[in-house]
Ligand binder design. Sequence first.
Ligand SMILES: Cc1ncc(COP(=O)(O)O)c(C=O)c1O
Length: 381
Amino acid sequence: MTSLTRRQVLFGGTAMAAATMISGIPKTPLTPRMQIMRNSLAADIPRPDYMVRLSSNENPYGPSRVALKAVHENMHLANRYQFRDIGPLMQTVADLNGVTPDHVVVGTGSGEILSTVGMLTGMRGGSVVCADPTFQSLLRYADMAGVEIIRVPVDEGLNADLDGMRAALRDDTSLVYLVNPNNPIPNVIEGRSMREFVLEMAEDHLVFVDEAYHEYVDDPSYESMIGLIAEGHNNIIVSRTASKIYGLAGLRVGFGYAHPDLIREMRWRKTGQNTILGIAAAHASYLDDEFPKFSIRKNQESKAIVAKMCDELGLRYVKSNTNFTFIQTGMDNETLQSQMGEYGILTGRNFPPFNNEWSRISMSKPEEMEYFVQVYKQLYG
Ligand SMILES: Cc1ncc(COP(=O)(O)O)c(C=O)c1O
């Protein structure tokens, strides 16, 4: 733990109160047994003097040095609106993905692409078919715009049920939404079935494939759907983000890839505007090979630490192709959140109906995951 922070404090009243206050997580009363354990933990485990964020799937190492340098070099332009400065970034990401810049829309995070398409779907009306559980941004927008959301539960193995989604299609279904790898369940859909499914769906519907965690995938059966856009297929949108692998979540840069007709529709309807600093940081990041490799390596180290804990404790978990893992803790997620919050650890929110038994844990630095494991084992091991 010596590398964890500049200043470490033992678990104590003031630090605990501050931690609980910062977290904003409601407290669940501890049982007498938990109280005893907490006290013994207080004596044994040095805790960091900040909240360990295992809640939002962030990259703890970003922004990279090249991104920071780009921000510094462009800081003096922060008095300017960003108009055409986005061109070189669009060219770079287009080249990386084998398309032209008219196949790319840049958003304030891929979240903006999701909400724009949610709104577009609302304008078209009808229904959206998706797996359940999955990422909610697009669905929330579409729902608010009056579209019905048809949620198809994942199968026993927690995989997206493509046949179930086929069967759930209605005459009025205007959009099929797939998150691959999924969130909160960090698994992937096998490449060939995914490709066939997307092409079949795209004959009559818009298909949105959210690939926010694409760079973290190590399952060899995975296939990105950006290739379909490069092949000229219409009706397909793929999103990617600089938030995760490049650690730029706070600078809000994400991408939609699609046929130029669809891209035009999105560009006209989106409401956000990227900043010169975000664009500069993202551009420098996408030209850099080193930081993503480093992020992937560290993420694998962290995943191995948590997987080892799960194996030792006999906990079921989903092999992760992302920067988080999904663990069957067997307890109510709010209890876990609250008790981890007591130790300065933020964990993932509820994902109904899985929150009775499962929790999503984001990967942070390996030393922070070691701390999580120590706390988890002492509380529940
Ligand atoms: C599956 C998925 N898609 C999209 C996003 C949005 O990310 P951003 O708006 O930062 O690009 C997230 C964020 O956690 C996510 O998990």
